[in-house]
Design a protein around this ligand. Structure first.
Ligand code: NAP
Length: 295
């Protein structure tokens, strides 16, 4: 029989996981949140009852605390001072950067601790439901919960990967680069097209197929092999023209463009199509910023 689950924190992750675990056949006993309206909305979407946090903790085999990271210790402290935890329960959070140590007060009650991080970006729950299949979930916590944790992930059709507590912050930094910073770089690309006369909406529409095509290449091959463009070709004059135009027309983007170009030269080096002299010339062009190129 599958263990009973409850949730505290009716946001994007809590709501999505409640829906998905229910679909996967788990008894999801209910969801609690700070505000009644969030809990009611999530309860309606997942088809589960609204609970108080105390009920969510007392009733369950596995409690997911899916609040924002900074609220997790507060929720645990409150449940601890109200003596809601029961021996043998599994207490889980879904933070990427924090380890299960954030749940430590529950250990004193004989609970087992788990950090369970879906390496996925959750916007509205409806999108997460589509995206989650094949997602890696990183698991860290008490050794005795790992079999159950792996089963939870497999039942969501994800892929479990064990991570050590001390590696979580760096791992999370990598996840931020692949998601948040890609979004920020896309924003930069739109800004450059706007500086070239595009409307923001036309720029977004024009760049999206390019991004989609690039992602498709990354699915087929390693990043170095997927790299195209002037740096991959060793086209120094084009890169130099980029720097000049940025300097003249939108100098506020020059520093970040330089840094991205420098990293891209490293990737081009891995690709192995440029010789040492070409790589050196590209590096010289990028670094350090000359006095007239600085902000
Ligand atoms: N979003 C992502 O892409 C993503 C991906 C992987 C992991 N995570 C992790 O998953 C967790 C949840 O993230 P999220 O994006 O779902 O956050 P979110 O959408 O901001 O939702 C957090 C929910 O927690 C509730 N909450 C806050 N403080 C509370 C408290 N003291 N007691 C009860 N409920 C409380 C809020 O409730 P009210 O609405 O009731 O105020 C809010 O609905 C975080 O640890 C995050 O790092 C997020």
């Amino acid at each position: 029989m599958k263990p009973a689950l409850t949730f505290i924190g009716a946001g994007r992750v809590g709501t999505s996981l409640a829906i998905l675990f229910k679909k996967a056949g788990y008894p999801v006993l209910g969801i609690a949140s700070r505000t009644a309206s969030s809990a009611e909305q999530a309860g309606a979407l997942a088809g589960v009852p609204v609970l108080t946090a105390e009920e969510a903790c007392r009733k369950t085999d596995i409690l997911f605390i899916t609040t924002s990271d900074r609220e997790i210790p507060r929720v645990v402290a409150q449940l601890s001072s109200d003596r809601c935890f029961n021996r043998g329960q599994i207490i889980v959070h879904t933070s990427g950067a924090h380890s299960s140590a954030l749940l430590a007060p529950a250990h004193a009650f004989g609970c087992r601790l788990l950090s369970f991080h879906p390496l996925q970006s959750f916007s509205p729950p409806s999108l997460a439901l589509v995206n989650l299949r094949g997602t890696v979930f990183t698991l860290e916590g008490d050794a005795t919960v790992m079999d159950i944790a792996r089963q939870l992930v497999r039942d969501l059709r994800g892929e479990p990967v064990i991570i050590q507590a001390e590696q979580k912050v760096l791992y999370h930094a990598g996840a931020c680069v692949a998601s948040n910073y890609v979004v920020a770089v896309f924003h930069l690309a739109i800004s450059l097209l706007q500086a070239a006369g595009f409307s923001p909406e036309t720029a977004r529409r024009a760049l999206l197929p390019l991004l989609t095509g690039t992602t498709a290449n990354l699915q087929k091959t390693l990043p170095a092999q997927a790299l195209t463009g002037p740096i991959a070709r060793g086209d120094i004059s084009t890169l130099s023209a980029h720097f000049s135009s940025l300097n003249a027309q939108c100098p506020e983007f020059l520093a970040v463009y330089h840094q991205l170009a420098l990293y891209t030269i490293q990737v081009a080096g891995e690709k192995g199509t440029l010789d040492a002299e070409q790589l050196e010339k590209l590096k010289e062009l990028c670094s350090p910023l000359s006095a007239d190129q600085t902000l």
